[in-house]
Write a protein that binds this ligand. Structure first.
Ligand code: NAD
Ligand code: DAU
Length: 377
């Protein structure tokens, strides 16, 4: 059977890396990238592959179920990798309805369209897969029982020996859902619908929950690209609260490799956590970014530390995320390829070398949103 794979949200940050990987690695597959091109979708992320014969772009809204039905029929879709979503926590706090619409209703429309189309085929669900990309935020927040950090109890080949953990607990695939933000509540709800379609109708589904991604093509409302760009422009760096929150960072291409592996080898109906045991306190991470940007720009060391500006904390700000990805490592043999220091160097270089990409999206509407959101200039 020829693989015709629908990748939703392929013009966004992670989606564009997944589309690029699949289009280049699998010339025999037909990759259909479906994206509404919201503020976060950018076809410039895919310039290098847009003319490939095995690639098609469709501009559509996943909430539009009739359009989804049409796409399944027209392209005879037999696999879905669903990344389309509203993804920014701060926006969800201002506008929760858009998150419920896209993340919940959009996922439901896609599930229903897939089910209806696959049920018309003689082989029905045989050989099909609906793979839903989710987040570690659905598990809630972990406590900071070791604010200064202790040696990390788990490692991957890509971890460095001095990796730290900031608490004793980690998110497992079995951890109870406990979302706090409108964003994570909407993602949790969509995960439940995916599992409900598996348990009720026997749909072949899979869910993965990944930690914070970083790397090229991330929209500059998220911490790392925002701060790289602000340092370059000498603008304030808005650190929420005391900068003590902890996030677990994974290079985006390592996430895309995990998605490829799980799409082909993962157990249908199962869940896998994806993360590289790479916890960083925000303020420590910010200092690494400052050091790297200053060095690459030829600034005196520490010059941009003065840009750090402590601002009012994010409402309901989750303290710590930390993924336990040992199941994925032991069952499917995945591990991240890059140590964090290499990943950050590569990422900072990429943004500094692609200022046109950045400038194109930080002008106009986005600039206005940013000024309003952070009340700084
Ligand atoms: P992103 O915001 O960069 O991209 C989202 C993409 O979805 C955009 O191209 C946007 O145009 C598209 N989209 C939004 N609404 C749509 C709609 N109604 N119909 C069709 N397309 C629509 O997001 P990202 O950071 O690349 O995240 C992708 C997925 O991965 C999301 O589901 C997110 O929850 C999940 N995730 C993200 C991270 C992370 O650190 N960024 C970590 C774990 C999981
Ligand atoms: O954990 C996975 C999640 O990671 C994904 O599901 C989300 O889609 C993705 O946006 C990301 O969520 P976060 O809220 O963790 O990412 P963000 O880059 O917005 O923030 C990272 C940390 O930095 C967080 O503790 C808030 C803080 N922060 C963020 C911004 C934008 C600041 O201190 N200042 C800022 O200006």
């Amino acid at each position: 059977m020829k693989r015709n794979i629908l990748i939703t949200g392929g013009a966004g940050f992670i989606g564009s890396h997944v589309v690029r990987l699949f289009v280049n690695k699998y010339p025999d597959y037909h990759i259909v990238n479906l994206d509404k091109l919201t503020y976060a979708g950018n076809l410039a992320n895919l310039k290098d592959i847009e003319d490939k014969p095995n690639y098609t772009f469709v501009k559509a809204d996943i909430v539009d179920i009739d359009k989804m039905r049409e796409i399944f029929r027209e392209y005879d879709i037999n696999g879905v990798i669903h990344l389309a979503a509203e993804s920014h926590v701060d926006r969800s706090i201002k506008d929760p309805f858009t998150f419920a619409r896209t993340n919940v209703m959009g996922t439901l429309s896609l599930l229903q369209a897939a089910k209806e189309y696959w049920e018309t085929l003689p082989e029905k669900f045989e050989g099909k897969l609906f793979y839903h990309i989710s987040t570690d935020e659905v598990y809630g927040a972990l406590e900071l029982t070791h604010p200064e950090g202790v040696p990390a109890p788990f490692t991957t080949k890509a971890s460095s020996e001095d990796d730290m953990a900031y608490g004793t607990e980690f998110f497992l695939e079995t951890t109870k859902y406990n979302p706090h933000s409108p964003y994570s509540a909407s993602k949790a709800s969509s995960d439940h619908f995916v599992r409900a379609y598996h348990d009720t109708y026997g749909m072949p589904t899979l869910v993965t929950n990944c930690s914070n991604n970083y790397g090229p093509y991330q929209f500059p409302e998220k911490l790392i690209p925002l701060f790289i760009n602000n340092i370059r422009q000498g603008k304030p760096l808005p650190v929420y609260g005391k900068g003590e929150n902890v996030r677990d960072w994974l290079f985006v291409e390592d996430h895309a490799r995990a998605i490829d592996l799980i799409f082909h080898k993962g157990k249908v109906g199962d869940t896998y956590n994806i993360g590289g045991f790479n916890e960083w306190k925000n303020i420590d991470l910010i200092k690494v970014i400052i050091k790297t940007v200053d060095r690459l720009l030829g600034n005196p060391e520490g010059q941009s530390l003065s840009l750090i500006t402590y601002v009012t904390d994010r409402l309901g700000h989750d303290m710590r995320y930390a993924i336990d990805s040992r199941k994925l490592q032991s069952e499917l043999g995945w591990e991240p390829s890059l140590q964090f220091e290499e990943g950050i160097e590569k990422t900072v270089r990429w943004y500094l070398d692609h200022q046109d990409w950045m400038d194109n999206i930080t002008s106009g509407d986005y600039e206005r949103y940013y000024v309003e959101m952070y009340k700084i200039r």
